[in-house]
Design a binder for this molecule. Sequence first.
Ligand SMILES: [Zn+2]
Length: 327
Amino acid sequence: MEIDAILHDLVDLHLHLGSASTPHFLWELAHEQGIRLPEKDYWKFINSVTIKKNTTYDKYLHFFDLTELIQSSPFAVEKSVHNAISYAYRNADIQIIEIRFNPMLRNKKGEHDLDKIIFGAIVGMKKACLEYPVKAGLILMMDRRFSKVKNEIIAKKAVKFKNDGIVGLDIAGPMTKEFRVPDIVHAVETAKKGGLKITIHTGEVTPPEEIWEVVKLLQPDRIGHGVRATEDLKLLKYIAKEKIVLELCPTSNIRTKAAKNWTDMKRIVRTLISNKVLFTINSDGPELIGTNVKEEFRRLFKLQILSAKEIEKAIQIAKSSTFITMN
Ligand SMILES: [Zn+2]
């Protein structure tokens, strides 16, 4: 079967603003704002904002530091969101897109008003949706390195802008010894009470024990990655029963070594299918790792990880589990 025939009108539910900007866009955005870059040579700069080889989880996250710096103003966030949506539509026919970002990592430690940063993202999103036939939503991210208080501020901001395009709350960031799932229970409850949906980065590198805590204490609608749930069959059954949707990002998992290789990815995906766990396929960082949802499906089909029928089902699950109100 010619797989491209079914790869249209696609959905990307897991995409970070920090890894969705093309190198030339970031280069020009940095120059426009007078930001001093670590590289004066454009071709060397490309290596600072793209990952071509497999790396480690911590090194992968390190790549975000530079893009976050370049995206640290209301103007830059607006342009970046617009760029991410228009690229996703043109490159991969993404017609439903959820973009996630942490506003507190883009306000120069308080120099910029947080509301203006969030509003910049909303304006960029609305502009892109006027230009392309795309439905879009924004997810605000808390961070594992942040205090309880800082994360709660982000949850409150997400609720404040709910009617303007913020659709959900998430947490991401590097692993820290200090982070505890119970510390974000209140923030997540605030977001839920405010009418937002919840997705949580867990089980990418963290063990099944943390996923258990997340599903029991936070009861999220979706989980970012969650691939390590395949190490615990009881957990998989629970996730399937609760209809929590996993946002899989295969190439990203290979790059960060969350999955050892494509054979391991096949084991993960087949285990999810045999345990009836719902999942979607996403890009995570299209420009950083050089992929998109269409490419992910092509690869999964070619490697016989997913059949055409299973690909259609994953697209359908993505359409029904988006946080965006579809009317
Ligand atoms: Zn992610």
